[in-house]
Design a protein around this ligand. Structure first.
Ligand code: EPZ
Length: 424
């Protein structure tokens, strides 16, 4: 397990350029196979989830190369339709190749992505929607055998606005025969980015950014160069790092409309947050105030991917805060580790609620990250604590953050690392 040491108690000061979005890049990488040629993705984050998706593209017969921060995929020579075995299990986003392979090849064999530490994460909504498009799906052990003679557009009503299911259906239907209408589709900015990428490549999608997407199938897509937008959760993570440690920082590449609820809660806690275009200035001088209730919801609600980070910073706020996690059934794993640092947190599993009773100070100690955002939250807690905090499980952080250590060190944090970035 890779780990880092943080000597906390020091306010942050400086500025950071926000990296490209993991959750936009992953579905777009699957979407590159819909064009039987070259696609260039500028500003693609160099994180382990992207490297795993690149490995899958190569297994399928594509050629993947990097030119600085531009990832180039040549899908001309795609020759396989199976995403199975070890490589498929390295990232849950591998399931997005299901829609893309069906969209291009009308056949696919993929491994069940399986659950992870934050929940069981079924894909029933994905499969039900694909069947509406005429796909036949046979499940055998942990493999899904899927094929369709001709993908035909359909009306699909999601019972829940699943991000992944929405992405899979978009990928499956851009080359389908006829029109597909998606109702109660997810509206996350990453869905907008996927749609904008596909439209730039020649797809016909309307209603982008709303919960009703209309996709008119086209014959083929064309070569495109697309810039991956900045990562709103990485931006939110660094905003909470300043909120927790104190100080001030300017983040470059933050779109206010994408993190409105995060900013609202930071202001409620006593931070001042100002925007000038895509530049965001956050300042926190006095001790944070508690926030009576934060509820995670699908976009534009408060993002579940920011929940652990807020649990960390509210653990030393004045008073009692409450967080209700409505999206994943097991996303309070970080609480036990924060309690090791002196936090006072009560988890009520029956109502998926965390009550955080603010304490004066966290204390540095060894802690273990067990999921991507929980591990990032422990890094924030280490910045806040007095003494030394050793955070292990940094391989989780490397799934989504290009170089959290260098970013925080550039804000003056005292971080010594063993490993916290993938090889450049
Ligand atoms: C995406 O996961 C993100 N991952 C997650 O980010 C994010 O937390 C999540 O959306 C919610 O915003 C990527 O984009 C790669 P969902 P996804 O389908 O698509 C249930 C991070 O930290 N569900 O919206 O898996 C599911 O179990 C990661 O970057 C079904 O029941 O999320 C969960 O409880 C973590 N059946 C809820 O819906 C289904 O068929 C939300 O899942 C699909 C989902």
């Amino acid at each position: 397990m890779s780990s880092i040491n943080i000597i906390g108690g020091k306010p942050l000061l400086g500025e950071i350029e926000i990296q490209g979005s993991k959750n936009a890049a992953l579905p777009i990488l699957a979407g590159t196979i819909l064009h039987q040629g070259v696609t260039r993705l500028e500003g693609c984050p160099k994180i382990s989830d992207v490297l795993h998706m690149s490995e899958i593209l190569e297994e399928l017969g594509c050629v993947v190369t990097w030119e600085k921060k531009t990832l180039i995929v040549d899908a001309t020579t795609l020759s396989k339709h199976a995403v199975v075995g070890e490589v498929a299990k390295k990232t849950r986003a591998s399931v997005l190749f299901l829609g893309a392979l069906l969209g291009r090849e009308k056949t696919a064999v993929v491994s069940y992505p399986g659950g992870c530490s934050i929940g069981e994460r079924p894909i029933d909504l994905h499969l039900a929607a694909l069947r509406k498009l005429g796909v036949s799906i046979k499940e055998d052990l942990d493999l899904l055998y899927c094929n369709v003679a001709q993908m035909t557009g359909s009306k699909i009503h999601f019972s829940f606005p699943s991000v992944g299911a929405t992405e899979n259906i978009i990928l499956a239907s851009v080359l389908a025969e006829g029109e597909t209408n998606l109702y109660n589709a997810a509206r996350e900015p990453e869905i907008v980015a996927l749609c904008e990428f596909l439209v730039a490549a020649g797809a016909n999608i309307s209603g982008i950014g709303t919960s009703h997407l209309k996709i008119e199938g086209v014959q083929e897509l064309k070569e495109v160069t697309y810039k991956i937008p900045a990562d709103r959760i990485v931006a939110g993570t660094y905003l909470t790092a300043v909120a927790g440690a104190g100080g001030s920082a300017v983040l470059h590449g933050v779109r206010e409309k994408e993190i409105r609820m995060v900013v609202k809660m930071l202001r409620k806690a006593g931070c001042s947050v100002d925007f000038s275009g895509e530049h965001c200035l956050i300042r926190r001088e006095k001790r944070l105030k508690s926030v009576s209730k934060i509820e995670t919801k699908p976009f534009p609600g408060f993002p579940t991917d920011m929940q652990s980070q807020f649990m960390a910073i509210l653990s030393t706020a004045m008073g009692e805060s409450k967080i209700v996690e409505n999206i994943f059934e097991a996303r309070f794993l970080v609480a036990d580790e924060l309690v090791k640092m002196g936090a006072n947190i009560e988890i009520r599993q029956d109502t998926s609620t965390a009550i955080i009773y603010g304490v004066k100070q966290l204390h540095g100690t060894p802690v273990v990250g067990k999921d991507l955002r929980g591990a990032a939250a422990l890094v924030i807690a280490g910045l806040m604590a007095d003494g030394v905090t050793t955070v292990s499980g940094m391989e989780y952080v490397m799934r989504g953050y290009e170089d959290i250590c260098s970013d925080l060190i550039s804000l003056g944090a005292n971080v010594t690392e063993s490993v916290c970035r993938i090889a450049k």
